[in-house]
Design a protein around this ligand. Structure first.
Ligand code: 9G3
Length: 583
């Protein structure tokens, strides 16, 4: 490809609306352009990366036994009514009507559609296990689309659905997908971790998320440095720590004028935050509930939602709190609360002489004894686990990191086969519900995650296996016959060897071409300049390295072919040359 033909509108300036690096660089390097909020066009460079990721995904899904199909984006409301989800999802579900006024949605996911296919076409145990997948646009009307492709309203997902005879079969399918995902993300050259995750409203019990480690990740994970434990903090268990024993004192009310935050009150009373009971009020569906955690901890709302089994959970308003306690949030506490369920983190149970709000403006209570001075409806693990705490599996200190969720695998069980009556007949002629799993990879999000993880101040550093092109050739002066001839010669030789190469044929200063080459992030740059005229050598520079090699064009083509072959097709275990030991 000659660069002058390539539609790659690079930008000098950082677009104002781009908050994260991948969004900035994919825009500046001419990979994507916004069509509307959260909806993008993939320009040629972006499309080539998407196609590379899809090719890797397809290969691994096929290897694992998946059969590719393509399901409709436009889905009939009837199916979603059968599954009971039409009314569960609110504004996030894009809805539309056809010319006959019939209701449809734009598919945010395809459990209903694929289960409908299974119930219509699968009837015998001989047809199981079955794995069907697609790579298709998904639509979710995010309230705040941002971070470019990382949280779009239209995005490309590979979603695979497995159908098995029973749980044992599902375990096999799940394991196959788990391993296939590990291969996919390794081949994409990503530093990722599978983490235990929250199955959320989707139901089912076991689920793992594949997280690309990146500071800009929206998810927080904890992982162990010495065993392979890793979990999304949403579900990581907070083990209760013992509170130091002391003799219980008489409860008393103390004036704490204008001391409303934990920091202020503990400072004022000269007590550590561990002595404090943090009291939070939540609207759980149509019920007001109270949650207590120790002053130095943070409440994990996902865990509270699970303990109380709420569909919807949000912080109660200040007026609701005032209505119930007679006080502003800064002075609230569990003592004296009536007719409200109090949930408490395990660590509250063993607190002695605790401090909490007195439910009276300007006052707190000291020497409060849980169980004696207030009744807890239910204790549970309600807190966020923190870095440094012992690993739930091997006790080593946990580390925390931020991650971008690029894949997730779910055990669905019979949630959808029950709702849609997807059954098969077994060898005894008995009808059974199919047991399902579902497995998603965010293809467009994976492209963004790759940039988050592979960039520097000059631009993107594509892993070779998903780079839009492998090589860019930069003649330092196109009007110089000798340099041009040599550039075209190398260009043609590399193409003959199936290397994907761009020849920057613009009549521009070398500096401009180098800037664009670094911004776009070609893994390999070949410069044809003075050295060629003097010594017949061309320069080769890997995007992720500093040093430059000088080779004659035969050595160069062999080197490039060897590098691309080992890091892309063949031995993909070294796909990400970034870990390349020696060349
Ligand atoms: C909706 C809307 C948004 C949604 C869903 C449904 C997320 C929904 C969960 C999944 C689970 C798996 C198959 C591929 C892997 C993920 N957001 N989920 O079900 F109606 Cl508006 O999509 N689906």
């Amino acid at each position: 490809m000659y660069f002058s033909n390539l539609l790659a509108p690079t930008l000098r300036e950082i677009p104002a609306e781009a908050e994260v690096v991948s969004h900035q660089l994919l825009l500046r390097a001419g990979f994507i352009r916004k069509s509307s909020s959260g909806i993008y066009t993939y320009l040629p460079l972006g499309m080539r990366v998407i196609q590379k990721i899809e090719a890797i995904v397809r290969e691994e899904m096929n290897k694992a036994g998946g059969q590719e199909i393509l399901m409709p984006i436009v889905q009939a409301a009837e199916l979603w009514r059968e599954s009971g989800r039409w009314d569960v999802y609110g504004k996030e579900l894009f809805r539309l009507r056809d010319r006959h006024d019939r209701e449809f949605c734009l598919g945010p996911t395809h459990e209903e559609v694929v289960t409908d296919i299974a119930r219509t076409n699968v009837y015998s145990y001989r047809q199981l296990p079955l794995m069907l997948y697609q790579i298709q646009n998904k639509y979710r009307d995010e309230r705040r689309p941002r971070f470019g492709l990382m949280r779009g309203r239209e995005f490309i997902m590979k979603d695979l659905y497995s159908f098995d005879r029973d749980e044992a079969g599902l375990d096999v399918s799940y394991q196959k997908m788990y391993e296939a995902y590990t291969t996919v993300f390794k081949r994409c050259g990503l530093d990722f971790r599978p983490v235990e995750a929250d199955s959320g409203a989707i139901g089912g019990n076991v689920t793992h998320e594949f997280m690309v480690i990146a500071e800009s990740g929206e998810a927080e994970i904890v992982y162990c440095s010495s065993c392979d434990y890793a979990a999304n903090v949403e579900i990581a268990p907070g083990l209760p720590t013992e509170n130091p024993p002391e003799s219980p004192q008489e409860m008393a009310k103390v004036a704490t004028p204008d001391q409303t935050t934990i920091a202020q009150v503990t400072e004022f009373l000269k007590l550590p935050p561990q002595k404090f009971i943090k009291t939070l009020f939540y609207q759980a569906d149509d019920e007001l509930i109270v949650a207590l955690v120790r002053g130095d901890r943070n409440l994990n709302e996902i865990k509270l939602q699970k303990l109380h089994r709420a569909l919807n959970l949000e912080l109660a308003s200040a007026e609701k709190v005032k209505e119930l306690t007679g006080s502003q949030p800064g002075y609230v506490g569990p003592v004296g609360l009536k007719k409200v369920k109090i949930y408490a983190d395990e660590e509250i149970r063993t607190m002695v002489n605790a401090v909490c709000g007195a439910n009276e403006e300007g006052y707190h209570l000291i020497n409060v004894q849980p169980e004696k001075d207030f009744q807890v409806f239910a204790y549970g693990d309600l807190r966020f686990i923190e870095a440094g705490e012992p690993c739930p599996r091997c006790r080593a200190a946990l580390q925390s990191a931020r991650g971008i969720e690029v894949g997730q695998v779910f055990k669905l069980g019979t949630k959808y086969s029950q709702a849609l009556e997807a059954k098969y007949v077994d060898e005894n002629g008995k009808e059974n519900l199919m047991v399902m799993g579902c497995y998603g990879i965010g293809v467009s999000r994976t492209m963004a995650a790759a940039v988050e993880q592979n960039h520097d101040e000059h631009g993107i550093i594509w892993p070779l296996s998903i780079a839009p092109y492998h090589v860019v050739i930069v003649p330092v002066a196109v009007e110089d016959e000798v340099l041009w001839e040599e550039s075209v010669k190398i260009y043609q030789e590399l193409q003959k060897r199936k290397i994907e190469v761009v020849l920057d044929d613009r009549d521009e200063r070398p500096g401009v071409k180098f800037k664009d080459a670094d911004l776009i992030g070609y893994p390999i740059r070949v410069t044809v300049g003075k050295k060629f005229k003097e010594e017949g050598k061309v320069e080769l520079k890997l995007r992720h390295e500093k040093d430059i090699r000088f080779l004659d064009d035969a050595e160069l083509c062999n080197f490039v072919e060897q590098l691309v072959t080992t890091r892309c097709e063949g031995d993909w275990r070294h796909v990400c040359y970034r870990h390349y030991s020696s060349v």
